[in-house]
Design a binder for this molecule. Structure first.
Ligand SMILES: NC(=O)c1ccc[n+]([C@@H]2O[C@H](COP(=O)([O-])OP(=O)(O)OC[C@H]3O[C@@H](n4cnc5c(N)ncnc54)[C@H](OP(=O)(O)O)[C@@H]3O)[C@@H](O)[C@H]2O)c1
Length: 276
């Protein structure tokens, strides 16, 4: 899996999403992260097909991730069928990674469904998202295939160091969603992040992405702007000092200000969210 990829959450307009995916591939991204719940798999598939048709990349070079939504995390069969529906929308015979989107519903049954999809070659690997440490440990202790990836919220305002240690212990690759904190906390103009970036001729966004990458976290920033796509992938030619890494981690609030998985009302809302 490439260490850095491109996320397509909240790009609902199909024509824009197709163009953005094409632009991202042209910019150099080879990992694309979508989900059934983003309602844009068809557009992602079209953007990919256009880039391949123009000889910019090949399917083999690309790494495509999609996710099974909670609504389909009911039984082994519903999750397995959801993978097939995603492949149809993407117009692809396989994807590289399928994640369970949330630790909700009957996620053990659903996990067996994506394991089956993996054994049948519909996906090359399986993983999870938003599995917090104890939930991930319980899953890893009780499944056949250890999840390849756990995609969770990780940025300087939500550092989750102990969650990373737990993933490492189980051999699960951490992947950051919201690596730019979805623009919250004034992240792009933060004085400390800007000051650190100035030493290397980099923006605060680049510093933040580099920080996660440097601590072994895969990153999938999203932007609909070509200039920002280029900026966000141009992070592999500088190294933050130990002091800089610590200064960035010191921004940790110790909790998310985007979602709250401990809030029953949030869980109820996601369990009721229908995508088909
Ligand atoms: N598994 C999950 O539950 C889950 C949850 C959330 C997200 N994700 C995945 O993770 C991906 C990334 O997370 P995200 O999209 O939520 O948030 P994000 O990547 O942290 O932030 C995206 C926001 O930052 C802006 N931005 C991007 N680069 C910038 C730059 N260089 N300078 C200034 N602004 C910039 C974007 O605006 P513009 O687009 O206008 O440039 C957008 O508003 C998603 O797309 C999705 O694939 C997964």
């Amino acid at each position: 899996m490439p260490a850095e990829g491109f996320g397509v959450f909240q790009i609902a307009d199909a024509a824009q999403c197709e163009q953005v995916v094409y632009d991202a591939i042209k910019t150099g991204y080879r990992l694309l992260d979508t989900a059934a719940a983003y309602m844009n798999e068809e557009a992602v598939g079209k953007g990919v097909a256009r880039a391949i048709a123009e000889g910019i990349t090949t399917r083999e070079e690309l790494f495509i991730t999609t996710k099974v939504w909670v609504q389909d995390q009911k039984t082994e069969e519903t999750a397995y069928e959801a993978v097939k529906v995603s492949l149809k929308k993407l117009a692809m015979p396989y994807v590289d990674l399928v994640l369970l989107h949330q630790p909700m519903g009957d996620y053990f049954a659903a996990y067996r469904g994506i394991e089956r999809a993996c054994r049948e070659g519909l996906t090359k690997a399986v993983g999870v998202a938003n599995f917090y440490p104890a939930v991930l440990a319980n899953l890893c202790e009780n499944v056949e295939m250890i999840p390849a990836v756990n995609q969770v919220e990780l940025h300087p305002f939500f550092v989750q160091e102990s969650a990373l240690e737990n993933m490492k212990a189980y051999g699960v690759v951490p992947q950051a969603w919201g690596p730019l904190a979805e623009g919250k906390h004034g992240i792009f103009t933060d004085p400390k992040l800007t000051e650190i970036g100035q030493k290397y001729g980099k923006s605060a966004a680049q510093v933040v992405l580099r920080w996660n990458a440097q601590r072994g976290v895969s990153i999938i920033p999203k932007s609909v702007h070509v200039e920002r796509m280029g900026q966000n992938i141009d992070i592999w030619d500088f190294t933050l000092t130990d002091e800089g890494m610590a200064e960035i981690a010191a921004k940790d609030l110790g909790h998310s200000e985007i979602v709250n998985h401990d809030d029953p009302a949030f869980v109820k809302m996601l369990c009721g969210m229908k995508i088909h």
